[in-house]
Design a protein around this ligand. Structure first.
Ligand code: CUA
Length: 327
């Protein structure tokens, strides 16, 4: 029986170790979460191997011959065994619970100097604001290495969920309340932030790039972005198009986006001319009041009607110019 148990334990351990079930950790929080996974996995392997060893042994050793149709011997319980299989699993489950509570609490400690980042979610885009760095706004999440980032999150419409798989932490964004989560990156590189709550037709496109930079590079990035990036107005408009999340839903050749959630934008000027309208007025109305004219084949209510409020008049002008190809 011990031999069967050892063979099963080795096989299941190989399955656990050789298959990369989780992404390689890129945060302190993910390291702790992985530790909980492994703790529970080791216990599960031990219990599984024990149960299977007894089961397989019993099936082989106590098999009755085909012609034997008599009843088995009457057995009434075994107090020692029953106490053992109640107490041992209870201790193991409590141990997993205590460890999880410890990790959850540790993963909620921001430490003395967190980087504050506000996260705004709306169908189907992420936007980030860095209040410590002059209210810098971006559509990609850039984080310094080895410094805890504290995300204060709000949703403008429905429930979304913030998740960077390599960094483990996951938190819903719920309209009407503020939620928060901490992430301390331990690896530089490019990662993905994905929305992990079904939030509408564009849910699968609701992603943002996450870049983790060494602290000096992060400071340089903040400086460069705060000074306007040194680019012309066209560059600014392109950045605005990305930051406002337009590209998550719309294909637009100058921005290199290809999503098909909403109508493509390369034919806007032609559509305005066909409708006998000034292209700039036509585009402005489509951004501020997207429900007024719905392109054939698309649904009302998918594009947020909040852009008139979330974009400043200057940003709106710049976006209209960008979309109509005006200089
Ligand atoms: Cu937002 Cu799914």
């Amino acid at each position: 029986m011990a031999g069967i148990g050892i063979v099963i334990a080795i096989l299941v351990t190989l399955v656990a170790v050789l298959i990369p079930w989780l992404p390689t950790s890129a945060s302190e929080e993910m390291d702790r979460i992985e530790f909980v996974y492994w703790f529970a996995t080791v216990i599960s392997i031990a219990v599984f191997a024990l149960v299977m060893a007894v089961l397989v042994y019993s099936v082989m050793a106590f098999r009755s011959p085909p012609e034997d149709e008599s009843d088995g011997p009457p057995i009434h319980g075994n107090t020692g065994l029953e106490i053992a299989w109640t107490v041992i699993p209870a201790i193991l489950v409590i141990a997993i619970g205590v460890l999880s509570a410890f990790v959850l609490s540790k993963n909620g400690e921001a430490g003395p100097n967190p980087l504050n980042v506000k996260v705004f979610a709306q169908q189907f885009a992420w936007r980030f604001v860095y209040p410590d760095d002059g209210g810098l706004k971006t559509g990609e999440l850039v984080l310094p290495l080895n410094r805890t980032a504290k995300f204060e999150m709000e949703s403008a419409d429905v429930i979304h969920s913030f998740w960077i798989p390599d960094m483990g932490q996951k938190q819903d964004l719920v309209p009407g309340i503020k939620t928060s989560i901490l992430v301390t990156p331990t690896r530089t590189g490019v990662f993905s932030l994905v929305c992990t709550e079904l939030c509408g037709v564009g849910h699968s496109t609701m992603r943002a790039t996450v870049r983790v930079l060494p602290q000096a590079d992060f400071a340089a990035w903040v400086k460069e972005r705060s000074e306007g990036g040194g680019g012309g107005s066209g560059d600014k408009a392109a950045a605005l198009f990305a930051d406002a999340g337009c590209g998550s839903c719309h294909a637009f050749a100058p921005a290199g986006t290809t999503s098909e959630v909403g109508p493509e934008l390369d034919t806007l000027v032609a559509a305005a001319q066909k409708a006998g309208q000034d292209p700039a007025d036509y585009v402005r109305e489509a951004i501020v009041d997207p429900g007024k004219v719905i392109a054939p084949g698309y649904q009302d209510g998918v594009m947020p009607s909040s852009y008139g409020k979330t974009l400043s008049p200057a940003e709106l002008d710049s976006l209209v110019a960008y979309l109509t190809g005006a200089k």
